[in-house]
Design a protein around this ligand. Sequence first.
Ligand code: ADP
Ligand code: MG
Length: 700
Amino acid sequence: MDIEKFFNPASVAIVGASGKTGKVGYEITANMIKAGYKGEIFPVNPNSTEIQGLKCYPDLESIGRPCELVVIVVPARGVPAVMRQCAKIGTKAVVIITAGFKEVGREGAGLEKDLMQIARQAGIRVIGPNCLGVIAPSNRLNASFGGGLPAAGSIAYLSQSGALLAAILDKAAAAGIGFSKLVSIGNKADVNELEIMKYLATDPETKVIAGYLESIDHGHEFVRQATEISRTKPILLMKSGGTEAGSRAASSHTGSLAGSETTYECVFERAGIIRCESITRQFDYALAFAGQPLPKGPSVAVITNAGGPGIMTADAIERAGLAFARFSQETKDRLAVFLPAAANIHNPVDILGDALADRYRAALEVVLQEADVDSILVLLTPQAMTEAEATAAAVVDAAADGPGKPVLACFLGAGKVDKAVEILTKGSIPCYDCPESAVVTVKAMSDYIRWRSRPKRVVKLFSVNRRKVEAIIQRHLRQGMRQIGEADAKEILEAYGFVTPKGSVAATAEHAVNIAAQIGYPVVLKIWSPDIVHKSDVGGVQVGLNSDRQVRDAFDLMMYRIPKKQPDAKILGVLVQQMCTSNMEVILGMHRDRHFGPVMMFGMGGVMVEVLKDVSFYLAPLTAEEARQMLVNTRTYQMLKGVRGTEGVDIDQVAEALQRVSQLATEFPQIQELDINPYIVGPEGSTAVAVDARISVEEL
Ligand code: ADP
Ligand code: MG
C-alpha cells in the first residue's frame, strides 16, 4: 500500500471517538472536524449514537462502507479486536494513537506483536502505536491530538516523540510556519522513519524533510536511502540517544575513544543529513532551506544599518569557516552612487543609521548582482528613522527579483520589528534574532551544497590475500579466541599490504641477543604475553637498545619485574623487534557498530592517544577523498603536513593505509575492533610501519 493513503484518504473512521472534552478521542474528532476535512468522518463508539454532531457507529462494520484510514484511540487491550475489524472491512491504513505497548514492557510488547500479526496477515500498514497522529494541512486532514491544523507549507516533519511534535506545532503556529505533512511515528511497529522519508522524497509538496529521531532502524539501508534522498531534498534531523557501542568495545583505543554519538555523526556526514542540535536550530535551517534558493558557494555579503552588528556578523562568518565576499570595483562604484559619503561600500556594507527602505532596496539590488556573492545577510537595528516594515517589504521584493541567491534577514530587537518579521516570514525570507543564527544557517546551506556537488564516491579495492586472513580468523574462532594476538594480527595486516617490523620472540637473554644481532641495532624489547594488553603500562616496552649488554639487561629486568606487577599473566618470552625511526606515530583504528557496520578512526597515536583524544571518525568503506578528510579533520593535521621547517609525513601513504584497513573491515565482518598503534610514518618516500596491532573477532 501507498503511504499516501495516510495523508489523503477518502474517508476516516475514528475508533474510540468521544463527546467528552479532555479525552484523546474527543480531541481527534474535534481536530478532524475543525480542520475542515473534505472526506467523510465516521466516529465509532458503542456507547454513543452521535458525537460532536456526527452520526456515531457502534463498530467499523456497521458503517457499511469502506474506510480508507482508521484512527484507533481505544485502550491498548482493545486494539487487536479493532485491528481484526479493520481487516474485515478491508482498511489498509491504520494509525494507532493508543499508548501502552512496547514502550511499557513485556506485556505491552506482546500486545504489539499480536496486533502486528493481524496487520501483516491482512496487508494493513500501521503508523504508531503510541503516537500523536498524522497531519496534512493542504488536504485539511488533522488526524492528531496535537492542536489546530497548521498552515500549509513545504516543510515536512516526522517525529519519534509525539510530545515534541506537539511543541513544534505550537511554535510553528506562533511563528506562522507552514508544513506539507506532519507525522508522529511512535513505536514504529510497522511504518518506520525510512519509509516516511522515502514517501516525503517523492511528495511534490515537500521541499525540506525535518525530523526528530531517537533510534534508526536498518542502518545500512538507512544510509543508502538517505544518501539518495539528500541528493534532491535536504534532510534536517535532531537525534537523541547514541547507539550502544557494545560491551566488547572497550579493550581497544578506538572502542574507548568512539563515543556513542560518533557513529551518528559519521552516518549523517555520509548521508548528507544536516544535524540540528536544537529545535530552534532546526527551525532556523528549515525556514531557509524551504524559503530560499541554495547558495552556489560559501561567499557571504552583509548589508547593515549599524556598524556593531556588522562586525559581529563578520566575526561569525569567519568563525563558521565561510568566506567573506570581495566586491568588484564596479559593485563599489554602483554603491557609491547612492550611498552617503560616510557609508561603507565594502563588505559588510554599512548603509548607516538613517537608512530608509529605499536605500536598503538599492543596496540589496546591487549586492545581489555581484559575482563573488553567494548569499546575503540583511541586518537591521530599529533606530529612530528606521522603516522596519517598509524595509522588510523591500527586501522581499528585491530578493524575489534577484538572480536566485539566498537572502536571509536578521532584524534585531523585539516589539519594534515584530510586524516586519511577519512580512519577511510571509515573503519566505527567514529572519533571525541574532547574526550568529543567520550565519550558522548559511553555513548549513553551503555545507549541504558542497556535499551535493562532491564527486561520485569510488572505493578503491586493493589486491590482498584474503584467504590467509580468513584462515587466521577461522582458527581463532574455532578455538573460541576473541583476541588476535600481535603476531597473528601482523600477519593479517601484511596480507593487506602493511609492512611490520622485523622481530621474533626470545625465551632467554642469550636468545634475545642472537635475534638482535640478526636484526641489527638498535632494537626494541617487548614483553610477550597474551594477557598483557597495554605493554607500556607494565614496563613491557624498552626502546633504543644499542648493544648486547643493553638487550641482556632489559630482558632480565622485564622478566624480573613484570611477573611481580601482573602475577597472573602468562609470559611467553620477550619480543625482540627492529627499531623504527619515528617521525610521527599515528593510530589507525576501526570498531564495528551493530547497526551501521565498521567505523574508521584516525588520530595522533602512541601511548598518549587517550589523553590527546585527537581523533576523527568515518564510516567504512572509505574513498581516497574521505580517508584524506579524516586526516584533515584532526587538530594536528598541520603537524602531519609539517610545521615551521620540520618535514611533514607522507600523507598519501597514511590515507592509503586507512583505505586498506577499511577494506579489511568491510571484507571481514567478524572483525569487531582493530587498532594499529603506533603506525610509524616518515616523510614522503619512506616506508611506514605498523608497529603494534590488536584485532578482536566474533563469530557471525
Ligand atoms: P603498547 O601499546 O602495548 O604499550 P607498543 O608496541 O605500542 O606497546 O609500544 C609502545 C610505544 O613504544 C610505541 O608507541 C612507540 O612509541 C614505541 N615503540 C614500540 N615499538 C617500537 C619500534 N619497533 N620502533 C620504534 N618505536 C617503538
Ligand atoms: Mg601500542
